[in-house]
Design a binder for this molecule. Structure first.
Ligand code: DC
Length: 173
């Protein structure tokens, strides 16, 4: 029997602090780190590039199957358009199935820290360490608003909070 890979699964909603914790743990333990939200963001971007609707299951699944590691380096994976496209493709079952192997392969050899929504439940249910990170909606919205401001993207706090509430609902669907 092969040994259980050293996987740390970190799940939770948007802007809860998963990424900060995951990056620190990965650096401390010398493990590779994967922000799995970037996969959905990159798939959403590929669909937008082809001027199709990210909610179209056929186009979205084809984009997920064509995903290249270099897509994760794109500079346009954050912001409201990428948020919305990512949430739309993430609700397509064929997209989730297409991204499953990518995520499992990432952690298989050396172990890894992965953050997302379904790492401890679907991607690595056998992970020896599983963390769930969350914070209240107003606090998560405040953090996202501060991030946007720091990047020079002006936004109303109330709008950021409303968008986040809608994304929470879409991510739960
Ligand atoms: O964590 P994030 O905001 O970068 O995630 C982008 C979108 O992808 C969000 O709508 C949730 C979705 N997602 C998912 O469904 N499963 C994951 N493992 C990671 C992200």
């Amino acid at each position: 029997m092969s040994p259980v890979p050293r996987i740390i699964a970190i799940d939770g909603p948007a802007a809860a602090g998963k990424g900060t914790l995951a990056r620190r743990l990965a650096a401390e333990l010398g493990l590779p780190y994967l922000d799995t939200g970037l996969l959905y963001r990159a798939v959403g971007r590929r669909v937008l590039d082809s001027e199709a609707d990210p909610a179209d299951p056929v186009v979205a699944e084809a984009a997920a199957r064509a995903l290249q590691p270099s897509d994760l380096e794109r500079g346009d994976l954050r912001g409201p358009a990428a948020d919305a496209a990512a949430a739309a493709v993430a609700s397509v079952p064929g997209v989730r199935a297409a991204l499953l192997d990518f995520q499992r392969n990432f952690g298989r050899e050396r172990g890894a820290v992965l953050d997302g929504r379904d790492i401890g439940t679907v991607i690595f249910p056998e992970a020896p360490a599983k963390l769930f990170v969350t914070a209240s909606l107003p606090e998560r919205a405040r953090r996202r608003w501060l991030e946007l401001r720091a990047k020079g993207t002006p936004a109303e706090l109330a709008t950021v909070e409303a968008d986040m509430r809608a994304r929470d609902a879409a991510d739960r669907a």
